[in-house]
Design a protein around this ligand. Structure first.
Ligand code: DGT
Ligand code: CA
Ligand code: CA
Ligand code: ZN
Length: 570
């Protein structure tokens, strides 16, 4: 699918146009187009074939023409034309803190800077001194930011950022008295990766909070330290921004810095239409401040209910809020089971008993033991005789206690020909079958997944695209065909909650659930603490607008059992 690729091209075009000094109207049209493509659930090529491109909000005539051009030729001539004027290296510098489009244009103009190397040399030679807007402090920051960029290559996975912000909040909370402290930005929205960490404090003594923040032990370098904001780089290269605001602005600031930018743009447009102004200090009617101490008050000033952060991506949430049809999103506490778990029998660390204990600790009422299957030699996959023993052991354990039901299952490899990894008689003895692709990624993955869905024993597809976040793209799938097969067979599809996977992603999960496909959220745990990654899967599900009812492993045992018996048909 080319949606992402075209979205990226549009972003680059917008950036280059901005460097060229184009009107913000045209620049924003491209940004909106990129955003529309990012959120689009259908294949853009298909929309084109059906002449429905213009039906996508944010895709105008010009944008549609460029999409068609890309699909036909693999290029967008406007992008290539712009690249002749804006060197690639210069464009890459836009990710360096402190280098906005205007500054880049000026540096290109005055010093013929075309990339990082030029810039570093020019900085060393003092050539930026005295240029417009280039004060001593700005130049100092630029040097630091360039050094930082050299070692940190952009985004980190949500699951890597999470414990860091938890630790920062704990240490900061212990050192200074702040009234409220909250993550903001993409982390609060539970995006699968984050560019930097944003933190917001409500306090009457901002200077004390910022002072304590820049002195935290994990801070490696201070990028900036002002009256209301400080930015630091931590060990490992991740940037953290802290903003400190007075308590009466907390809601407005939290709303503002949570974003997304696109969501906030829409809100501000709405506000303007009714004569209000929203910024990080509050909601204003003329000079009068009418709201802003809580996020609820900000939304209420526009006649809206509070919108959960995970939904704030301009994917229809504002219209839904206006029409009072925001879903009641699923929560971690709704989970009653984890249905993709590995034990010592294959490549996990826990025994059956330990696994049960850990699941009980998390409040689960049932769980599925799904060790790897016979041909998964790389992961200690169970040969049929051992699987039979394993099934017996699991069923025997169930008889010893009544706190939790364990299902005897497997995570069966889907083999290169689409078959499952055990004989049918053995699969029929299992309570539960997760089917996943672990190899031969390029061999007709769609066909194999469909064949696996059609096997009577299969209950759910595991990590359907095989992607690894920031490491490996998922295999190309014909989503329509796959989802139709899931609908036809009544089988479920997993949101794998492991933060390296998050597979299905938010957009696909929303689409699948919208088609009526039962969704599971599973951790694919191999160690006890892996169970705690469930929250990342919940984040995906909330970004996909799912309710508890949409997710099978929130159901109580009886309802689940009735469903399981219907689905597992062997
Ligand atoms: P990231 O860090 O790339 O994962 O994404 P965010 O969403 O955390 O973005 P970030 O850190 O640049 O800014 C945090 C939020 O603050 C963002 O979602 C919206 C708000 N914000 C930041 N800068 C601007 C701005 O120039 N204009 C507007 N409208 N909002 C901004
Ligand atoms: Ca951020
Ligand atoms: Ca930030
Ligand atoms: Zn697994």
């Amino acid at each position: 699918m080319k949606n992402r690729a075209i979205a990226e091209l549009f972003e680059r075009i917008a950036d280059m146009m901005e460097i060229q000094g184009e009107s913000s109207f045209r620049v924003n049209a491209y940004r909106r187009g990129a955003q529309a493509l990012e959120s689009l659930q259908e294949d853009v090529a298909r929309l084109r074939d059906e002449e429905r491109l213009r039906e996508v909000p944010g895709i105008g005539e010009g944008m549609a023409a460029r999409i068609v051009e890309f699909l036909d030729t693999g290029r967008v001539s406007q992008h290539d034309d712009l690249l002749k004027k804006v060197p690639e290296g210069l464009l890459e510098l836009r990710h360096v803190g402190g280098l906005g489009p205007k500054t880049l244009a000026m540096l290109h103009d005055k010093l013929k800077i075309t990339g990082r190397e030029d810039l570093v040399k020019a900085l060393e030679a003092g050539k930026l001194d005295g240029l417009p807007g280039m004060g001593e402090k700005k130049i100092e920051n630029l040097k630091k930011n360039l050094a930082f960029q050299a070692e940190a290559s952009g985004r980190v996975a949500l699951g890597v950022a999470w414990p860091m912000i938890e630790e920062i909040m704990e240490l900061l909370g212990a050192k200074v008295k702040v009234m409220q402290l909250s993550p903001a930005g993409s982390l609060r929205r539970m995006r699968e990766t984050v560019g930097d960490l944003d933190l917001l404090a409500a306090t009457t003594r901002p200077e004390a909070a910022l002072e304590a923040f820049v002195k935290l032990p994990m801070v490696q370098r201070v990028l900036g330290h002002g009256d209301t904001k400080a930015s630091v780089v931590m060990e490992g290269g991740l940037q953290v921004d802290l903003r400190a605001v007075p308590p009466e602005s907390y809601g407005a600031a939290l709303q503002y810095f949570t974003g997304s930018r696109e969501h906030n743009v829409r809100l501000r447009e709405m506000a303007r239409k009714v004569g209000l102004k929203i910024n990080e200090y509050g909601v204003f009617k003329g000079e009068e401040r009418v709201a802003g101490d809580t996020e609820e008050s900000v939304y209420a000033s526009l006649g809206l209910p509070w919108i959960p952060p995970e939904m704030r991506e301009d994917r229809g949430e504002i219209d839904a809020a206006l029409e009072n049809r925001l879903p009641k999103l699923i929560e971690l506490s709704d989970m009653r089971a984890d249905l993709h778990c590995h034990t010592k029998a294959s490549d996990g660390e826990l025994t059956i008993e330990q696994l049960a204990d850990e699941a009980i600790k998390r409040g689960y009422k049932y769980a599925a033991v799904t060790d790897h299957s016979a041909s998964a030699g790389y992961a200690g996959g169970l040969q049929p005789a051992r699987l039979l023993k394993h099934i017996e052991a699991i069923h025997a354990f169930n008889k010893t206690q009544n706190k939790i039901h364990l299902l005897a299952g497997t995570e069966s490899d889907i083999r290169a020909d689409g078959s499952l990894d055990y004989p049918d008689e053995l699969l029929a003895r299992l309570d539960w079958v997760v089917a996943s692709i672990h190899s031969s990624f390029t061999k007709d993955p769609t066909g194999r997944l469909i064949k696996a869905l059609e096997h009577p024993a299969t209950c759910v597809l595991g990590h359907p695209t095989g992607r690894l976040i920031l490491e490996r793209e998922g295999y190309e799938l014909d989503w329509d065909a796959l989802f139709q097969a899931a609908v036809r067979t009544g089988k479920a599809i997993e949101i794998n909650a492991n933060y390296h996977r998050l597979d299905l992603d938010d957009v696909r999960a929303r689409q699948a659930s919208g088609m009526g496909i039962p969704i599971l959220i599973n951790t694919d745990m191999h160690r006890a603490d892996n169970f705690d990654q469930m929250k990342f899967g919940i984040g995906v599900a909330r970004r996909a607008w799912l309710t508890a009812a949409d997710v099978v492993n929130t159901w109580e045992w009886k309802k689940f059992e009735a469903w399981r018996k219907k689905v597992k048909r062997d």
